[in-house]
Design a protein around this ligand. Structure first.
Ligand SMILES: C[S@@+](CC[C@H](N)C(=O)[O-])C[C@H]1O[C@@H](n2cnc3c(N)ncnc32)[C@H](O)[C@@H]1O
Length: 321
């Protein structure tokens, strides 16, 4: 089935996304909704041509290669879990580093691509399952490292439960690489400019919605409806939880995880509106400014306040003993 046909089916289905779920049923409807959108993206996910995602995925890969390199390979391979593995972009990197990879996701079509990708690369021991991050199908302390990027956690209705599950599955001293959506970014200013200039930048928000982002509480992230244009031209919306840096530190600590390092991705590249950078047909001038900003960002993205005021908050955390 083509991605466009899947999208049509998804739009016609009855259990549509329910905003602000306050019951288990609403939360699982939301999870199914998100899964269907990602399934509809299966045909294009690995070919996203916009500068924004290319840069994000390259930075995550670079961080995994640098910090997740196993120190010694014993008789059996160390285990890596990939939570919200999608098409296996990071699963493949982990397998190449020498891990036995177990990936989970709620989007079957993406899992199928991940399984095929790793099998084609010769990693027969990689294993992928349909599962929800809120209920991981793994025993306690199974993982040496866990990757949860993309930013999967921001899509999970009960993200606190998912953090506890991640912590449960990590060995003591095991490492987590986590990426979530940040609350404090230049995008909230771009969104406001967009709203008062008749949506010239495609943020698609009313002035009231745009203003709401500036209101308290300032240290806790809120939910937004993230709109995304598929290559077919169809706009889809997904619920997305934004985090502040202090909230993330606190919530990780509550789950028994301590942050060791953190970086802010798109702290400086967001001096250009993200909607412009999400376009596959972003022109040469836009791309050139973007890459200059990205080079500058490399110098500062691990330093406060740049690691806190960014569209993607990337953290390396360790499971406390
Ligand atoms: C943007 S993708 C990231 C995939 C991959 N980590 C990457 O960086 O390419 C987010 C993934 O999270 C998955 N996801 C969303 N909610 C989830 C949940 N509750 N449990 C497991 N996976 C979930 C989606 O299906 C999607 O594949």
């Amino acid at each position: 089935m083509t991605p466009a046909a899947k999208l049509l089916l998804f739009c016609m289905s009855r259990d549509r996304y329910v905003r602000r779920p306050d019951t288990d049923t609403a939360a699982s409807n939301q999870t199914r909704y998100v899964g269907r959108i990602f399934n509809a993206m299966a045909g294009e996910y690995d070919n996203l041509k916009d500068p924004w995602y290319g840069y994000t995925f390259a930075e995550i890969e670079r961080t995994i290669r640098r910090y997740f390199r196993p120190t010694s390979i014993g008789q059996s391979k160390p285990t890596a879990l990939d939570i919200g593995c999608g098409t296996g972009l990071q699963s493949l990197v982990l397998a190449e580093l020498g891990y036995k990879v177990k990936g989970i996701d709620i989007a079957d079509d993406l899992i199928a691509i991940a399984a095929k990708k790793l099998s084609a690369a010769g990693f027969a021991d990689a294993h992928f399952l349909h599962a929800d991050a809120e209920h991981l199908p793994f025993e306690d302390g199974i993982a040496d490292v866990i990757n949860c990027c993309g930013p999967t956690l921001s899509f999970v209705p009960d993200w606190r439960a998912a953090l506890k599950e991640i912590s449960r599955c990590l060995k003591p001293d095991g490492k987590l690489l986590l990426e979530v959506e940040g609350k404090w970014t230049a995008d909230i200013i771009w969104e406001l400019i967009d709203a008062v200039t008749g949506n010239s930048l495609d943020y698609d928000s009313s002035p009231r919605q745009a203003m709401k982002q500036f209101l308290p509480p300032w240290t806790i992230g809120h939910h937004i409806e993230y709109s995304f244009v598929l290559e077919s031209g169809t706009t889809v919306r997904m619920p997305l939880k934004l985090f502040t840096a202090s909230e993330l530190r606190r919530e990780l600590a509550n789950a028994g995880l301590r942050i060791e390092k953190r970086w802010g991705l798109h702290c400086l590249t967001n001096l250009l509106p993200s909607t412009v950078l999400h376009r596959a047909d972003a022109g040469r001038l836009v791309r050139s400014i973007f890459y200059q900003l990205a080079n500058l960002e490399h110098l500062v993205h691990g330093v406060w306040p740049f690691n806190a005021l960014a569209c993607s908050l990337l953290v390396m955390a360790e499971k406390k003993r």
